[in-house]
Design a protein around this ligand. Structure first.
Ligand code: AHR
Length: 496
């Protein structure tokens, strides 16, 4: 094999696991202009009669988020859900201590549920385990999921929502290992509080699924001991362990940045090991899976202080081509870890470190919008264990790494499959020969590609389509093989 060619072997019998649709989920926090001026913006000419931005909802529908986690984030740990329900005129204005911003509470749980319904997604709600109590957590489950006839369910009915929502996915707090968290807890304190909250929440509704706070980053000194400890305390009560990570090219080292998958895979592998250890130690028949419920690139805009204003411009990261490639690689990791990773929420969805930016009357799709859209659309069924042979290149952070990153999915029920390929080279095209070892499709129906010559290329309101998906025509697959030229700095999806 030459320095400019690679092989990808695909065998539909070599499966990793079912691809959970919840790998294509998002996260919306009361922070900056995410909710206000993002999702909810009654002053905008683009708002509907409810105050929801129709252009934002249209763009979010294109991404087809299967779950959206809400309302935080660090905001969650100071939030009293009662402030956000009932007549809007009576809702309090509050100081949000997480982001030093003013929270008007004009958007709350019921508005979020309506928003989810309109964009055809499911909610993943969260209980405040910072300064919130376990009683408030249980009351929220009652408010949201219980039939009429008791205090909090009747409160919901009195607010105009007769039917219970049946929300299935819930988080037990947010990043409780972080000293920055409002009401931060040590691991033993969190484990105890989460276990009791889980108990009451599941007594309210035994059908719900709970995500326990794992480590907020691999950089935490308590990683991964925190994860082991809280899992040992709460194993039977919970269904998911959360992990968070934000990637970035902080040292202007694109070669290393494009090899971030090494970090992502190692994080999942470590936590998968912790899950196996705890399950065995507890002699349990119960399974807990991973929920990567905050992930994205975030390193350029660190403005986190709202100076006590409403909807300030906070962490409005501008995304470029290399960020889009890292997002694509990250989602390849989701497929390669599909056996243990079942939820992943892009943090966040609008304005705040998001694929979408808004002004009062317009909307921009950032570079990362496009890889997310392609995975959300084409990765389904089962993840395949792809064998890749590719030349290596050297990186400062991770040593030698293959130039090609690959993943594949096969959906027999839908009669479709897909291959996801990233060429990490900044200068050279790569000839990738894809070899189907079983069940070769007749043809590649279409090829979708994101590429460019400058890793820093970014869309702007003035030039909105510099980084976008190009559709190339498909090609026949002869004798189970097809060869494609992958441009440098490119992400390519083969839809078969
Ligand atoms: O997504 C922004 C913030 O990042 C979230 O509020 C917090 O959970 C994480 O540290």
């Amino acid at each position: 094999m030459s320095n400019s060619s690679a092989r990808v072997y695909i065998d539909t019998n070599r499966t990793i696991g079912d691809i959970s649709p919840y790998l294509f989920s998002g996260f919306a926090e009361h922070m900056g202009r995410s909710i206000y001026h993002g999702i909810y913006d009654p002053e905008s000419p683009k708002a509907d009669e409810r105050g929801l931005r129709t252009d934002v909802m249209d763009a979010l529908r294109e991404l087809n988020f299967r779950l959206i986690r809400y309302p935080g984030g660090n905001f969650l740990s100071g939030y009293n859900w009662m402030d956000g329900v009932g007549p809007k005129a009576q809702r309090p204005r509050r100081r949000d201590l997480a982001w030093k911003s003013i929270e008007t509470n004009q958007f709350g749980t019921n508005e979020f549920m309506e928003f989810c319904r309109l964009i055809n997604t499911r909610p993943m709600l969260a209980a405040n385990l910072g300064i919130g109590t376990i009683a408030e957590a249980a009351a929220l489950v009652e408010y949201v999921n219980a039939p009429a006839g008791t205090k909090y369910a009747d409160l919901r009915v009195s607010h105009g929502y007769k039917e219970p929502y049946g929300v299935e996915y819930w988080c037990l707090g947010n990043e409780m290992d972080g000293p920055w968290q409002i009401g931060h807890l040590d691991m033993d304190e969190y484990a105890r509080k989460a276990r009791e909250a889980a108990k009451l929440m599941k007594w309210q509704d035994p059908s719900i699924k709970l995500a326990l706070c794992g480590s907020s980053s691999t950089h935490m000194p308590t990683y991964p001991e925190w994860d082991r400890y809280v899992l040992e305390s709460c194993w039977e009560q919970v269904d998911y362990l959360s992990l968070h990570y934000y990637a970035g090219n902080r040292d202007n080292d694109t070669a290393s940045y494009l090899a971030s998958t090494v970090q992502f895979e190692s994080q999942v592998d470590t936590l998968a090991g912790v899950l196996r250890y705890v399950k065995t130690k507890r002699r349990s028949r119960h399974d807990v899976y991973l929920s990567w419920d905050e992930w994205n690139v975030w390193y350029k805009d660190r403005l986190e202080d709202g100076r006590w204003s409403e909807a300030p411009h906070l962490i409005e990261e501008v995304y470029n081509l290399e960020d889009a490639l890292v997002v694509a690689e990250w989602m390849n990791v989701f497929l390669r870890k599909a056996d243990v990773l079942k939820i992943a929420c892009l943090a966040q969805i609008v304005n705040v470190i998001a694929p979408i930016l808004t002004t009062a009357d317009s909307l921009l799709r950032q570079s990362i919008f496009y890889p997310f859209q392609l995975f959300s659309r084409y990765a389904s069924g089962q993840a395949l264990d792809v064998l890749t042979q590719a030349p290596l290149y050297n990186t400062r952070l991770y040593g030698d790494v293959p130039l090609l990153d690959a993943a594949a999915s096969n959906d027999p029920a839908a009669g479709s499959s897909a291959v996801f390929l990233i060429n990490r080279s900044q200068t050279e095209p790569l000839a990738a020969e894809v070899i189907w070892q079983a069940d070769a499709p007749q043809a590649i129906k279409a090829i979708y590609q994101i590429s460019g010559s400058d890793p820093r290329l970014a869309n702007s309101f003035a030039q909105a389509d510099l980084v976008t998906t190009k559709t190339l025509s498909g090609m026949p697959i002869d004798g189970g093989r097809a060869t494609l030229q992958l441009p440098p700095l490119s992400f390519t999806v083969l839809s078969c």
